[in-house]
Design a protein. Structure first.
Length: 393
């Protein structure tokens, strides 16, 4: 490209073009030039793509994106600015993002801050002017690559050093990131769902079924939806011992979403889940929690080539054929060919047939691969929260 501020860079290994202040260096040696924004510096991660048309702030603060660089397929990212209400977590999510168009001045009555300045304050790097369609196609064909994203206002980059760092990063497979993004102490959750003009509701103080939610990197809207469905929620860290969980006298236990490899996090989480199943404690798992519930029940998980990330993924409910449009964010999946006879497959992806839901036969325990709490995304699947809380008595 002749000018990084006005052209769209295609994945290549060409010389640095004029005006390029940002770069994405893939582990295979591909160098993608663009215009940096947000934080300066460099960060390493797995490059993925997200197809949502809204909710970039929620995506960037979702802990499940820890260790990842998000390529947004929707071209106009940042155009509605940022605010303090659309955060999904206070901990680190994505390390950076790749977008097609330059970030423009925000145009939305809820905006309180420019996206670029917000990214900088969060320590996240942005890269604009990229042919995101070409990069997305590359990921679909070849898998999600490891890479380094870098931003320098004067365009000074040591490409060989960045390539070496990208190649040295071990990748998400085998990596336990839940312990990095989980909260470090127990918390009584008090927030309810958000409404325009009123903000977030407060959790009612009336007698409700008590849900203990294990935080493997949870999105806050999950807890809000549990409250909306009628639960009282206590959130505990990822490595909370079984005895501590049982001492809280839960009517049910929720297993949250989170980043990294479910088999790695499962080294300490699965024994606890197995014990809860043995004690017939009702369980509901989402995303990483769903995957580890599957492992606890005897199934296996696999690393996907490109993963599923976006707010428009069709999922078929097998019991009645109903199709739900769902929000997804996962790079691992439960291998449906490995499901034992004691596990019923309840949902499948209509994109590739991969597993999207299970129920443990003879137990009040189920999980889904997608995100029924949305944020961003459709709300077709809120009924799952009602089903879980409804079985708690």
């Amino acid at each position: 490209m002749a000018d990084a501020a006005s052209s769209h860079a295609q994945p290549s290994a060409g010389p640095q073009p004029k005006g390029a202040t940002g770069v994405l260096v893939l582990a295979d040696g591909t160098v993608v030039w663009g215009k940096g924004f947000g934080a300066t510096g460099e960060a390493v991660g797995e490059v993925c793509f997200n197809t949502a048309m809204t909710g970039y702030q929620e995506v960037m603060t979702d802990p499940s994106y820890a260790g990842q660089i998000v390529t947004f397929t929707f071209p106009h990212i940042g155009n509605v600015g940022c605010n303090d209400e659309d955060l999904e977590s206070k901990v680190d999510g994505a390390v950076g993002c790749v977008v097609r168009e330059d970030v423009t001045a925000p145009s939305n009555f809820r905006s309180r801050e420019d996206f670029s300045r917000w990214l900088a304050a969060k320590g996240k790097i942005g890269l604009a002017g990229i042919d995101t369609r070409a990069l997305t196609r590359r990921i679909r064909l070849s898998g999600a690559p490891n890479a380094v994203i870098a931003h320098h206002p004067e365009g000074k980059f040591d490409i060989p050093a960045l390539l070496k760092r990208a190649q040295a990063w071990p990748g998400l497979e085998g990596m336990d990131l839940a312990r990095v993004v989980s909260r470090d102490k127990q918390e009584s959750w008090e927030g309810g769902v958000w409404t325009l003009g009123q903000g977030y509701a407060r959790s009612p103080r009336d007698a409700r079924p008590h849900v203990v939610a294990i935080d493997y990197g949870a999105k806050d809207n999950i807890f809000r939806n549990l409250v909306k469905a009628g639960a009282q929620v206590t959130v505990v860290p990822a490595q909370t011992p079984l005895e501590t969980i049982l001492a809280l006298e839960p009517a049910g236990v929720f297993l949250s979403n989170g980043p990294g490899d479910p088999a790695a996090t499962g080294a300490y989480a699965v024994p606890t889940i197995k014990a809860l199943l043995d004690k017939d404690v009702p369980i509901f798992g989402i995303c990483l929690g769903h995957q580890m519930l599957g492992i606890a029940a005897g199934a296996k998980t696999t690393k996907m080539q490109q993963g599923h990330r976006g707010a428009n993924h069709p999922v078929k409910r097998l019991k009645d054929g109903v199709v739900e449009i769902t929000s997804m964010n996962h790079g691992f999946a439960v291998d449906n060919a490995s499901l034992p006879d004691t596990v019923e497959e309840t949902h499948v992806s209509l994109f590739d047939g991969s597993n999207c839901g299970i129920a443990i036969k003879g137990k009040k325990a189920f999980g889904v691969q997608y995100h029924p709490e949305a944020s961003p995304g459709p709300m077709d699947s809120f009924y799952l929260f009602e089903s879980f809380v409804g079985m708690l008595g």
